[in-house]
Design a protein around this ligand. Structure first.
Ligand SMILES: [Zn+2]
Length: 208
């Protein structure tokens, strides 16, 4: 999605119920992808505009066509300052169509969401942003990690609020502890697995 080429993830089940993770923008395109699906929730990993800039509009438009209201869930409340400044972030990048969003509920590390018949655990990994969370589906061996861990690299920490040691420590504690076969869906670029990154990610291997 968006000129920043961020990955928005749509998960759906055999009942055609869906969850949307990190709708950064391009809401018309998203709604056409979601045709025929009932969205149970919109999840946010963190407050950056390319991940959260379309959430408010998507919620509003889905609420007009679905019978049950669609909640925006997450990130951790330490990203509230980012969610409320999305227009300002967008102006900085010269982008339009991205707006600030107030989630229906912030999420906390350790809680488990029941969505699409799956248990999805929330884990807090600060460093890229203070309130960044990831979503771990242990049953499906899948993690949606936003801008924490990427294929062969990690998220940027060169913001005023960035913290590289915290990011690496959080990835080690909350992601590298998962089984090797866990599929990792990243906020940008191709998916990877925990095992691949354990073997090949220079930010993780070199610090062993
Ligand atoms: Zn980000």
């Amino acid at each position: 999605m968006t000129p920043i080429r961020q990955n928005c993830t749509i998960l759906w089940d055999e009942r055609n119920h869906a969850v949307v993770v990190d709708p950064g923008g391009d809401v018309d395109e998203l709604l056409s992808q979601l045709r025929g699906l009932t969205v149970e929730a919109i999840l946010l990993t963190h407050g950056h505009l390319d991940h959260a800039g379309g959430a408010d509009e998507l919620r509003e438009r889905l609420n007009k066509i679905q019978s049950d209201p669609v909640p925006v869930l997450g990130p951790d409340r330490r990203d509230a300052f980012l969610l409320s400044s999305i227009e300002k972030q967008a102006a900085h990048f010269g982008m339009t169509g991205m707006v600030s969003v107030v989630p229906d509920r912030f999420l906390e590390s350790g809680e488990t969401l029941q969505l699409l018949g799956h248990d999805i655990e929330v884990r807090h990994i600060p460093g890229h942003t203070p309130g960044h969370i990831v979503f771990v589906d242990h049953g499906s061996r899948r993690a949606i990690v936003g801008d924490t861990l990427f294929r062969r690299t990690i998220g940027r920490t060169d913001f005023a609020y960035g913290d590289a040691p915290a990011l690496i420590a959080g990835i080690r504690q909350h992601l590298m502890s998962l089984p090797d076969e866990t599929v990792v869906l990243c906020g940008h670029g191709m998916p990877t697995t925990i095992g691949e990154e354990r073997r090949s990610n220079p930010f993780l291997v070199s610090e062993r």
